[in-house]
Ligand binder design. Structure first.
Ligand SMILES: Nc1ncnc2c1ncn2[C@@H]1O[C@H](COP(=O)(O)OP(=O)(O)O)[C@@H](O)[C@H]1O
Ligand SMILES: [Mg+2]
Length: 393
């Protein structure tokens, strides 16, 4: 059966129209895909030819690696590697693996345009043409520096926690023999003094005694630092806390030429705190204050209310804290027999109470440590003013 030429023509036109629509759709979807890839910000997505030369570049790549498309297209991808990785032949090896296995993935350090280094998750995928021939590689790179840093911090915290537990056991194990040593030394000193009266022997005994004392102090401080942070909150009178700390030391202060001044405002409310722990805070602050005044001076303790907080202050007229000395850092001490644990303990306890501690200091004039504690959440404690308090003593 012969077909009319016009009929054939119409059919051809319809076929062409269909093909054009299909091609148009394909072009449109390719364009959309290109826009998608180009627009992705969180991933560097780009193509490499068989030699490893960059042939496309998206905005994520620009953001992560710092190169504009025109700067990097046509360049070899090895410039994203650290010099030692290039020397070790890593860039080409990763392409060889991708070519052999279809993909290559790693998490490693890479270099940005400005030379800075970042953690990258890298995926290289082999690309094949329609005939099944390898024709290049697609690379997807994600900046995972933040995740790596979080992991690192977590590992560090875990390490410190383990170290803390081990050290607590260690401290406990050392405590008893140390006590024993101290007693033995006392007995021995008594016996030796009866037998010989030699200044060298005296001095040696005294040095041993001081060293043992220092070790015991270090251990005591360490123990209160390492003690787990269970806080026994009870309504407490700030003045009573100060009194309980200062009373046993009164004679010692007098001997050291230190005048004690106390100042408690009438409206200081009870505070909801772990009394023993806050006593430790005041003790550590007063001890530092006294140690800063070897020639005597004035130790002033204050408590007052400021808005919704209670402020406890310990002020001395001592040597002051030099600028740049991080006094809250663990084991930071300027004293020959210091432990550098007093203020870290203070900071730890105060933060357990959701409070803050800071100081103001002037060299040669003195220092004030200021502890700020929030008032009780219940509000009940805050209504009850203290009865037995004067302005000054
Ligand atoms: N009131 C103060 N006046 C001067 N220096 C201080 C005062 N309080 C603390 N410091 C400084 O901070 C350091 C750390 O104090 P601390 O943590 O209590 O450890 P330690 O008293 O064992 O040295 C001290 O060695 C001292 O240099
Ligand atoms: Mg101290």
């Amino acid at each position: 059966m012969t077909r009319h030429p016009e009929e054939i023509n119409r059919e051809l036109q319809t076929r062409n129209a269909k093909r054009e629509t299909a091609v148009g759709k394909l072009q449109q979807s390719e364009e959309q895909f290109r826009l998608l890839v180009e627009g992705v910000q969180d991933y560097a997505i780009y193509l490499l030819n068989l030699e490893g030369v960059v042939t496309t570049w998206n905005s994520g790549a620009q953001r992560i690696k710092g190169y504009q498309a025109e700067e990097i297209i046509g360049k070899h991808f090895s410039r994203f590697y650290r010099p030692k990785d290039i020397q070790a032949g890593k860039p080409n090896r990763s392409l060889e693996v991708a070519a052999a296995k279809g993909r290559y993935e790693e998490e490693n350090l890479r270099v940005r345009k400005d030379g800075s280094v970042f953690w990258a998750n890298v995926l290289i995928t082999a690309l094949y043409d329609t005939g099944g021939q390898l024709c290049g590689f697609a690379k997807v790179v994600r900046d995972i520096t933040e995740r790596k840093e979080t992991e690192q911090r977590l590992r560090e915290t875990e390490r410190l926690a383990t170290l803390g537990t081990t050290a607590a056991v260690f401290a406990h194990e050392i405590g008893n023999p140390l006590n024993g040593l101290s007693t033995s030394l006392q007995i021995l000193s008594g016996l030796i003094r009866e037998l010989v009266h030699d200044p060298v022997v005296e001095e040696t005994l005294e040095i041993s005694r001081q060293e043992l004392q220092r070790l015991t102090a270090l251990l005591d401080d360490y123990r209160s630092f390492a003690r787990p942070g269970s806080v026994k909150i009870q309504p407490s009178n700030p003045r009573q806390i100060f009194d309980e700390v200062l009373a046993p030391a009164a004679q010692h202060y007098e001997e050291c030429g230190i005048t004690l001044e106390l100042e408690f405002d009438d409206n200081v409310p009870l505070i909801a705190v772990d009394r023993e722990k806050i006593k430790q805070v005041i003790l550590n602050l007063c001890k530092n204050a006294v140690e800063a005044m070897p020639k005597g001076g004035t130790l002033k303790c204050r408590a007052y209310r400021k808005a919704d907080r209670v402020i406890l202050e310990v002020t001395d007229t001592g040597k002051g804290i030099p600028e740049g000395l991080d006094v809250f850092q663990l084991f930071k001490t300027t004293k020959p027999s210091g432990t550098g644990l007093g203020l870290p303990i203070v900071e730890q306890i105060i933060s357990e109470h959701r409070g803050t501690v800071h100081y103001v200091s002037e060299l040669g004039k003195g220092t004030a440590f200021i502890v700020s504690l929030p008032l009780s959440d219940t509000g009940e404690l805050t209504k009850e003013p203290l009865v037995s308090q004067g302005k000054k003593r």
